[in-house]
Design a protein around this ligand. Structure first.
Ligand code: ADP
Ligand code: MG
Length: 452
């Protein structure tokens, strides 16, 4: 029997033992995430249910589990931060019997009981130059989890498909083996869980939960910056899982070096494979729009697809948003999709769009401010060391963090040749490991850049 079958059998017994109202209130939307001779780990939808299980149903659950299958002398309960699965997505969801009937929050992504979005799969992930490496690594992990790249560290700007890839690996592993113990959390959730565990003296449960998994996915790990205790706990969790060859995948909006954390943790983040996802090129944007149209059964003439792909260049989420907006307008207002309508909607969207990541110009400005130099000198021709060194640091950051091409860096930094940019990058890259002051300067600059 797999965990779900064991839990089904136990639920059958509990249902007979309890009133219908009680059973429905407490046992709906629960599942068994781990089960062995020692521990049964039960996932529940909220803290209230957790308390109730621990105080009131603890023994009844153990008894029912004991009848369903021998084993487990204690029950550990934890709260899954999952939103209800959409009915149409039920066939995708591994635990389809445990959908909640809580009302859906329209603006939140719909996730299944594992906290996974049923739509984020390999089958609808479009591969282009900018993400092919990350995609190939994710696929390789599905073939041989825990052995090929551990951890896999994927970084890139917002809306470029990091979360989609993380979920795709989890879905694929669950499809291969429904008993795979998957845990997907945002860094924020990891942090909150840890803080709560410390507060309530439940660190043992916390460890049970985070260490008894085959696949741990932590999204947006950059938020661990500056959280010392959480870093320590994550470090220990990491070591535990890594030693057991259990797979860890992390996403971040910046490379490991740009996260402010202790060196020993950062070095571990780079133990496996670090790969970035860049902005999609024109062909990929077209392919994504075509795929989304097909998925939504919405037909758009090629000139409009080109128009959208030309206007929204930085981010796949915005690309999708532009398409959705056009589709909603056509359907609700009963309009034909025309180039004029698309143009009008796109111009509204760009006017309203919010914060963007740092631009090369902002980075140059920050570096100039940091070293207290006039921009004009930083970009100028003088090779004086007090100017040349900060200039090289700026070029290094443009390359390392922003993935700007060498020729474009040359242009940005006062119209220099691309070989100058290459030389600067390599020089700083070499020196930063030996020069503590340089390393600190870069770290501090990064902290400023990423908090823009
Ligand atoms: P990130 O986590 O990097 O901010 P997401 O994974 O949330 O980005 O992706 C944003 C949106 O774009 C999601 O709806 C996702 O399905 C879609 N998306 C991203 N990359 C791709 C891709 N390569 N193919 C298809 N859809 C994608
Ligand atoms: Mg994300």
């Amino acid at each position: 029997m797999n965990y779900q079958e064991v839990w089904q059998a136990a639920l059958g017994e509990l249902e007979l033992a309890l009133s219908k109202a009680n059973f429905t209130t407490w046992f709906k939307n629960t599942y068994l995430s781990f089960f062995d001779a020692n521990t049964a780990t039960v996932a529940v939808p909220n803290a209230f249910t957790k308390t109730w299980f621990e105080k009131k149903y603890h023994l009844a659950i153990l008894k029912a589990l004991g009848h369903a299958s021998s084993g487990a002398v204690k029950v550990v309960v934890y709260v899954v931060d999952a939103r209800p699965a959409a009915p149409q997505a039920a066939s995708d969801a591994p635990a389809e019997n445990y959908q909640s009937d809580r009302p859906k929050a329209a603006e939140q992504p719909i996730t299944n009981i594992f906290g996974l979005n049923p739509k984020y799969k390999f089958s609808n992930f479009i591969v282009g130059k900018q993400n092919e490496m990350a995609h190939a690594a994710a696929k390789a992990i599905v073939e041989r989890p825990g052995t090929v790249y551990n951890p896999l560290f994927i970084y890139g700007g917002v809306g470029l498909g990091k979360t989609h890839l993380l979920h795709a690996v989890a879905h694929a592993l669950l499809e291969k083996n429904p008993q795979t113990r998957v845990l997907y959390v945002s860094c924020e959730k990891f942090t909150n869980d840890f803080i709560n565990a410390v507060k309530t003296g439940a660190t043992r449960e916390f460890k049970d939960r985070y260490r008894n998994v085959d696949l741990l996915l932590v999204d947006d790990i950059q938020f661990i910056t500056g959280k010392k205790e959480t870093q320590e706990e994550f470090f220990n969790t990491f070591n535990h899982l890594h030693q057991l060859n259990n797979q860890i995948i992390l996403s971040s909006d910046r490379p490991p070096k740009a996260i402010l954390a202790e060196e020993r943790l950062l070095s571990r983040l780079e133990w496996g494979l670090t790969t970035d996802i860049g902005q999609p090129d024109f062909e990929t944007r077209i392919a994504i729009l075509e795929a989304k149209c097909k998925e939504k059964n919405f037909s758009l003439p090629p000139d409009i697809i080109h128009l959208i792909a030309n206007s929204v260049t930085s981010n796949i989420r915005e690309l999708e948003g532009a398409l959705n907006k056009l589709m909603a307008n056509c359907q609700l207002r009963n309009l034909e999709p025309t180039a004029d309508l698309a143009r009008q909607l796109l111009s509204n969207a760009s006017a309203a769009s919010g914060k963007k990541s740092a631009t090369p110009k902002q980075i140059v400005q920050l570096v100039a401010e940091y070293f207290d130099l006039p921009i004009i000198d930083l970009l100028g021709a003088s090779r004086e060391k007090r100017l040349a060194f900060p200039r090289q640091i700026a070029m290094y950051i443009l390359r390392e963090d922003m993935r700007v091409s060498y020729p474009a860096i040359g242009v940005e930094i006062g119209g220099r040749d691309h070989t100058t940019a290459m030389h600067a990058y390599e020089k700083i890259h070499r020196e930063k490991d030996e020069n503590m002051k340089l390393k600190q300067d870069i770290d501090q600059l990064r902290a400023k850049i990423y908090s823009l």
